[in-house]
Design a protein around this ligand. Structure first.
Ligand SMILES: [Zn+2]
Length: 273
């Protein structure tokens, strides 16, 4: 069944972006024994209303390790300051080295247009790295790859210059509990900063099981509109009957800057569809 395990690399801007946007796919990969690595390019030091930045960065590093442990993935948190990321040559070269050394089959990242400047910077840096990973004299300390992996973008809501295209859409109902378990590890975010930021802090229950249920509803409500936006793709993927009923979905847009998703590659990377 399992030949060579696939390698999935998720490059997000913050500690939690990978789980938030692609926790379902990461879970599916791990369930089948494939290898998953998540990277947060920034240290997450800015997302809180009480911690000091250095302390928050330490907290979020711990939270990320716990989230990765839920599915048996690895999580790397880099040290660029949260909220101040730019798609510099330094960031690009670090991404080139990370992709070369991990040798992923599939890379997921943000689109270069997205609400958060750090997300845009990571998306841009990955786009800029995509071809360069095959060029040996760029970052020559890590051997170049002979071919690009498939690079795909995680969804955002922006329509200019063009709206996100769901090239692959996945029903994640079976993975929801695991995604929520991973998100719950990011306690400083999902139970503290995000409810504070969204002025719903008083709604968060104190007791653990109730809190987990609250998180499931909160996250479910946030991502529910996604399934409607991807409805046509879900119907193409699953047929009329099932496709119309999918409540929670993840979708990915294939980047033109890296390997194309031909039929054989689609079959290999998304065997479960
Ligand atoms: Zn983020």
């Amino acid at each position: 069944m399992l030949n060579t395990p696939l390698r999935l690399l998720i490059l997000g801007a913050h500690p939690d972006d990978a789980e938030y946007h692609a926790g379902g796919l990461a879970t599916i990969y791990r369930q089948r024994g494939h290898t998953v690595k998540m990277i947060s390019v920034t240290d997450g030091r800015s997302g809180h209303h009480r911690y000091q930045p250095a302390e928050l960065a330490r907290v979020r590093r711990r939270e990320s390790q716990a989230a990765a442990a839920v599915i048996g993935a690895t999580y790397e948190v880099w040290e660029y300051p949260d909220g101040a990321l730019q798609p510099t040559l330094e960031v690009r070269e670090q991404i080139i080295r990370a992709i070369r050394s991990f040798q992923p089959d599939l890379v997921l990242t943000h689109r270069p247009n997205d609400y958060h400047p750090d997300h845009r910077a990571v998306g841009q840096a990955v786009q800029d790295a995509s071809y360069m990973i095959t060029v040996p004299l760029v970052a020559p300390d890590v051997p170049a790859l002979t071919r690009d992996p498939v690079v795909a973008y995680m969804p955002d809501l922006f329509t200019r210059p063009y709206a996100f295209v769901p090239d692959v859409a996945i029903d994640i109902a079976d993975q929801m509990d695991t995604i929520v378990d991973m998100l719950a590890c990011h306690q400083s975010q999902v139970f503290e900063f995000l409810p504070f930021n969204q002025r719903v802090a008083e709604q968060v229950p104190q007791e653990e099981a109730a809190r987990r249920q609250w998180l499931r509803t909160w996250y479910g409500n946030i991502i529910r509109p996604r399934a409607d936006r991807f409805r046509d793709a879900l119907v193409r993927q699953y047929g009329e009957l099932h496709g119309r009923q999918v409540a929670w979905a993840e979708a990915f847009e294939i980047s033109e800057y890296a390997a194309p998703l031909d039929d054989a590659t689609r079959e290999r990377l998304f065997w479960f569809l």
